[in-house]
Design a protein around this ligand. Structure first.
Ligand code: CP3
Length: 352
């Protein structure tokens, strides 16, 4: 089973590549008119996630337009709390919501242990369908939210600006919070292992709200739970690369690298050249163009790509990406200028 394009996996392993591989967080999404059409056909976002053929179709859409080096499973991080019985739904323009939330230690204790191949069997079906369609042309990335990031949604009942309830629980009842994080870490581990077994060749943990924690709280309440999953995945599948992305986590790169993850995602607030100097020989780095650069003119997009390529410098171990997901308002032609700039301008950083 050899991949036709293994540039992404090679860079994650810090093996030589001919150019910097590139993909984009949320590359299948609302900025593409063909995504909006397929989503309308599915009915709702969750119907789209649960329909393996349509989920596969939206994974393929950006691959038809752009010179991408990886595909990412189409699903959502909130499938785990949904499978635990919290009732995920999306209201137009309002983001995700849950019909029930976690308020007390008793709610935490009552959360069921998932059998991911049954409770999230639709995700594994999607992985198998996408994997067959990709036919080893490109690697498929599986993903999960981090335990802390999932906990924030489960406690707040949706998106939040200040994480008021989640942080109150963290400080008032750290034991309940740690039990919740531990249960979620087990679910995240089982979920990612099942995605690997269904055909994913790399996995990413999205710790979207790790950066909202205090310096002390980050290690105890976000990193430790991710560590549990990384250790379990690396013990079972040492050759499958694991990417950790803590948005706002630039100050914690050293301890993130200590987890044994293969790569760290960087948001745009961290200087990639300094990041490489700090951890570059231990892990690969993924990122980190400000997603808002895609609102600018193609010449400016190219200039930012050059700046980041120069910043990382010569050699392997860099996967080009945005520092967070692409936003719905981006012009698909601007995304194209971004990918083409990486393809065209990065080979010179890989000549011996
Ligand atoms: O990257 C990809 O193309 C794969 C698919 C993917 C989705 N969500 C599809 C999606 C991935 C990797 C995610 C991860 C995700 N989901 C995260 C972590 C990444 C990050 O952005 O920090 C988070 C926090 C979520 C939770 C979530 N799901 C939110 C907050 C929303 C609403 C946000 C919004 O933009 O409205 C979603 C819905 C969602 N997940 C959409 C997509 C394409 C939009 C749904 C729609 O079509 O209406």
């Amino acid at each position: 089973m050899t991949l036709k394009n293994d540039r992404f996996l090679r860079a994650l392993r810090r093996q030589p590549v001919d150019r910097t591989p590139v993909w984009m967080m949320r590359q299948a999404g609302r900025y593409l008119p063909e995504y909006r059409a397929t989503r309308a056909e599915a009915g709702s976002f969750m119907d789209l996630c649960k329909n393996a053929d349509l989920a596969c179709e939206v994974v393929m859409q950006p691959l038809r337009r752009y010179p991408l080096d990886a595909a990412i499973l189409f699903s959502d991080i909130l499938t785990i709390p949904d499978a635990m019985g919290l009732g995920l739904y999306f209201e137009t323009g309002e983001g995700p919501k849950f019909t029930s939330t976690i308020k007390t230690a008793a709610d935490v204790a009552a959360l069921p242990k998932l059998d991911v191949n049954i409770d999230l069997g639709y995700v594994m079906n999607a992985v198998r369908t996408i994997s067959a369609e990709l036919n080893n042309d490109l690697p498929l990335i599986g993903f999960s939210g981090s335990p802390w990031t999932l906990a924030t949604y489960m406690i707040e009942g949706g998106s939040s600006k200040d994480f008021r309830n989640a942080k109150a629980m963290l400080y008032n009842d750290p034991e309940a919070m740690l039990l919740l994080l531990d249960k979620l870490a087990d679910a995240v581990t089982d979920y990612l292992l099942a995605q690997i077994e269904a055909g994913c060749q790399a996995v990413q943990i999205f710790d979207s709200w790790g950066g909202a924690l205090s310096h002390d709280a980050y290690e105890k309440f976000s990193l430790a739970a991710m560590q549990k999953s990384v250790s379990a995945i690396k013990a079972k599948y040492p050759d499958v690369p694991v990417i950790l992305f803590s948005k706002g986590g630039g100050q914690w790169l050293e301890v993130m690298a200590d987890t044994g993850a293969d790569a760290l995602g960087l948001d745009w607030t961290t200087d990639i050249s300094q990041a490489r100097a700090r951890v570059g020989d231990r892990v690969a780095l993924q990122g980190n163009m400000d997603p808002a650069v895609l609102y600018a003119k193609p010449e400016q997009i190219r200039a930012e790509v050059v700046r980041i390529l120069k910043g990382y410098g010569h050699g392997t171990g860099h996967i080009f990406n945005l520092g967070h997901g692409v936003t719905p308002e981006v012009d698909p032609e601007h995304a194209k200028a971004f990918f083409e700039a990486v393809v065209e301008l990065s080979p010179q950083y890989h000549q011996s």
